[in-house]
Design a protein around this ligand. Structure first.
Ligand SMILES: NC(=O)C1=CN([C@@H]2O[C@H](COP(=O)(O)OP(=O)(O)OC[C@H]3O[C@@H](n4cnc5c(N)ncnc54)[C@H](OP(=O)(O)O)[C@@H]3O)[C@@H](O)[C@H]2O)C=CC1
Ligand SMILES: O=C(CO)COP(=O)(O)O
Length: 335
């Protein structure tokens, strides 16, 4: 009988640990934590208290702080570190990952400096491997609590995605497929910036109508940039676009939304990020996205205001006043 597929997840933050827990219920799974205490706590107490409180992880989930050991073991590798850390995590293990091992990215940001999407960074570090991502409206704490949710595995090669689906799926975690890797990845990246705007709206108590406007016009901006870059506009109406936008903009657990709320309370960006203690990808991604918007000639007024606040050039209240000055055009003019 063929031995089961071994999944290795790199990165033991809230989402990496949660995804490792999903996989461990289906197949042998090893989680790499750069911090040895975290690996020991997962092995001995089946918990990752720093990121998931007292939630219990599956007993079968093993952890290690030895990344080379982890890389050797992988039949499927999941990269769950934030986007700024993808390259520095993968480069040292490039020779340890066996050829043809599929790599799935979880990161929802862009690499600072290169402006590359995480799957592009993975392809540079591990050339020749099938590379895709898993994304969707997936607030880690809810999924770790066993609440129902759905995600998308996006890979150019649909047969690889089909093989990966059952490794993460369960009765309460539905895994769809999509071959539009660019659109699915950009959806996850861009919604974080709109979620910062939604958090600011929350903090400024702007009202439900304004919040709804931010979400729907935010989705228009995401779609506009995505289409200009070559993605399928329809992807942005799905789980990785509108779905994730709704979850992140409306959930009090979203870190990006919480940063927006903290900014509206008058905290600086550094203070807001320090208060959070976890990654909020939209903060680092906003300036990079505005560079892309300029390069592709796409208007993104909400993202532009968020970038200005994050860069310290405007207060959240000034940003909302700035949005009022934008001249409304044809609503259907997404491109
Ligand atoms: N949390 C969520 O609900 C979801 C998150 N995501 C995305 O998943 C990615 C990971 O996020 P998440 O797990 O939430 O982040 P967390 O902030 O919860 O954890 C970050 C993890 O990455 C590790 N890490 C940080 N910097 C480095 C580095 N330079 N090198 C190696 N490891 C590093 C941290 O290690 P240490 O603990 O040692 O500092 C920690 O294990 C992000 O791109 C996020 O947008 C996607 C869907 C849902
Ligand atoms: O991507 C997420 C939910 O799908 C998590 O969003 P935050 O990083 O804002 O918490």
């Amino acid at each position: 009988m063929a031995r089961p597929v071994r999944v290795v997840v790199l990165g033991s933050g809230s989402w990496g640990t949660t995804v490792a827990g999903l996989a461990a219920r289906n197949t042998p799974t090893l989680l790499w934590a750069r911090n040895k205490e975290t690996a020991d706590e997962i092995n001995e107490q089946h918990r990752n208290s720093r990121y998931l409180g007292d939630r219990e992880l599956p007993e079968g989930l093993r952890a290690t702080s030895d990344i080379v050991e982890a890389a050797h073991e992988a039949d499927v590798m999941v990269v769950g570190v934030p986007s700024h850390a993808v390259r520095s995590t993968l480069e040292p293990i490039a020779d340890a990952v066996r050829a043809w091992v599929p790599i799935l990215s979880l990161a929802k940001g862009l690499e600072p400096g290169t402006r590359l999407r995480p799957t592009q960074v993975v392809s540079e570090c591990l050339p020749g491997h099938p590379v895709g991502l898993m994304s969707g409206p997936n607030i880690a704490s809810e999924i770790a609590d066993g609440m129902a949710a759905a995600a998308v595995v996006a890979m150019q090669d649909d047969s690889v995605a089909t093989a990966l689906q059952p490794l993460f799926a369960s009765k309460v975690f539905r895994v769809y497929r999509n071959t539009d890797v660019l659109g699915c990845e950009l959806g996850g990246v861009l919604k974080n910036i709109i979620a910062i705007a939604a958090g600011m709206a929350e903090g400024l108590r702007v009202g439900d109508n304004t919040r709804a406007m931010v979400l729907s016009r935010g989705l228009a901006e995401m779609t506009r940039l995505g289409e200009a870059m070559g993605a399928n506009a329809r992807t942005f109406a799905g789980l990785t676009g509108m779905g994730d936008l709704i979850a992140t903009c409306t959930s009090p657990a979203s870190r990006n939304r919480r940063v927006g709320e903290a900014l509206a309370r008058g905290l600086s960006v550094d203070e807001a990020v320090a208060e959070l203690g976890q990654v909020a990808e939209g903060v680092k991604t906003a300036p990079t996205v505005m560079e892309l918007a300029r390069e592709y000639g796409v208007e993104m007024p909400i993202a532009a205001e968020v970038e200005a606040v994050v860069a310290g050039r405007r207060t959240p209240a000034e940003a909302y006043r700035g949005l009022r000055r934008v001249t409304p055009g044809d609503e259907e003019d997404l491109v």
